[in-house]
Ligand binder design. Structure first.
Ligand code: FE
Ligand code: FE
Length: 188
């Protein structure tokens, strides 16, 4: 791919986002499944519906430009999702896993916010007001999701700081967390 103009770069960045969004369509159901708090679970489910819409909006932009999204792979999103999957596989307290899922999801949203901010600006510079408006709409939804995650983090992170005795006991048997940590660091 030769990048000779802002339009070339615009299309490359759109392809990157198209790949990122498609990867998220596959990852978000796993994140929803791994979440314990109902609000977090439903938040991921809602954002999955929005993400499918984001894919459709990008498809429309490509078709309006008579170009195809191609099969470029967004490596950054691949890495962010891989880190998220690592968390899901960890043996963690439910509240702590939720807190970690929020952290992973916020990294994803910030990546998308950066990407959509750029392409929205390029669309404006290239005089494509319609695409700019569509991209701004997605950008606003990514921003709202990020804010919602921050709000959830304020509640869930507090719970993670002191897991409820019931969930804590269920998850790790009778061993207290401090004992588990001391064992892990070789103090016991
Ligand atoms: Fe998105
Ligand atoms: Fe998103």
């Amino acid at each position: 791919m030769e990048l000779n103009s802002l339009r070339d770069l615009y299309i490359e960045e759109l392809k990157d986002l198209y790949s990122a969004e498609n990867q998220l369509v596959k990852a978000l159901p796993k994140m929803a499944k791994a979440a314990t708090a109902k609000t977090l679970k439903s938040g991921f489910e809602k954002h999955l519906r929005e993400t499918k819409e984001h894919v459709d909006r990008l498809k429309k932009i490509f078709s309006d430009m008579n170009t195809s999204p191609g099969n470029k792979k967004c490596q950054a999103m691949e890495g962010l999702i891989a880190e998220g999957e690592d968390i899901i596989q960890e043996d963690a307290e439910p509240e702590v896993r939720d807190a970690a899922l929020i952290a992973a999801a916020q990294r994803v949203e910030h990546y998308e916010i950066a990407g959509y901010g750029c392409v929205r600006t390029y669309a404006n510079l290239l005089g494509d007001k319609r695409a700019a408006k569509t991209l701004q709409k997605t950008l606003d939804e990514e921003g709202a999701t990020d804010e919602k995650l921050t709000e959830l983090a304020q509640r869930i992170n507090v719970q993670a700081e002191s897991p409820t005795p019931k969930s804590a006991a269920k998850k790790r048997g009778s061993k207290p967390l401090t004992k588990k940590i001391m064992e892990a660091v070789g103090m016991e």
